[in-house]
Design a protein around this ligand. Structure first.
Ligand code: THU
Length: 156
């Protein structure tokens, strides 16, 4: 029996087409990107989380000479919520990246490990959160939940 899985997402041409809350979060992710430590890949990533109390939490990729020891921006941000504010809920995440790894027509989406971590965050807080990603050309993809980016999640 063949089955099909399809989903909807939003594509905005620029951050000017976002709501003011979404736009502000994108700008926070850009600020976060400045703290990226990416001397090896030269690809800087910034992530900003909006919590249910209106506060922001930041992450940026942190690399290491021992390559697998580094961590992506998204997980740096999410794990700091887990470690410091475990009772707060994440309502949105915005992700931006800059560097030659991202070609003109490429989209910036979280890696598989970050998707897995996002998925368990949703399970843990029992509430989904929106994912906003800025592409190389300035357009923005918005997914209402990680289940679109990681369907058939391990453990669900
Ligand atoms: N990276 C992130 O921080 N987030 C992603 O979603 C994709 C990749 C980082 C990992 C590494 O430091 C650099 O970008 C190049 O892969």
């Amino acid at each position: 029996m063949k089955k099909q899985f399809s989903f909807e997402y939003d594509l905005f041409i620029s951050i000017n087409d976002l709501t003011s809350e979404q736009r502000s979060l994108m700008l926070e992710a850009e600020k976060a990107m400045k703290n990226a430590y990416a001397p090896y890949s030269k690809f800087k990533v910034g992530a900003a989380l909006l919590l249910d109390n209106g506060k922001y939490v930041y992450g940026s990729n942190q690399e290491n000479k021992a390559y697998p020891s580094g961590l992506c921006a998204e997980r740096v941000a999410l794990f700091s919520v887990g470690a410091q504010l475990p009772d707060r809920k994440v309502t949105k995440i915005a992700i931006v990246g800059e560097g030659a790894l991202l070609g003109n027509n490429d989209i910036l989406t979280p890696c598989g490990s970050c998707r897995q971590v996002m998925s368990e965050f949703v399970e843990k807080q029992d509430e989904k959160f929106e994912i906003l990603m800025r592409n190389h050309d300035g357009s923005v993809l918005v997914f209402d939940s990680i289940d679109k980016l990681l369907p058939f999640t391990f453990g669900s």
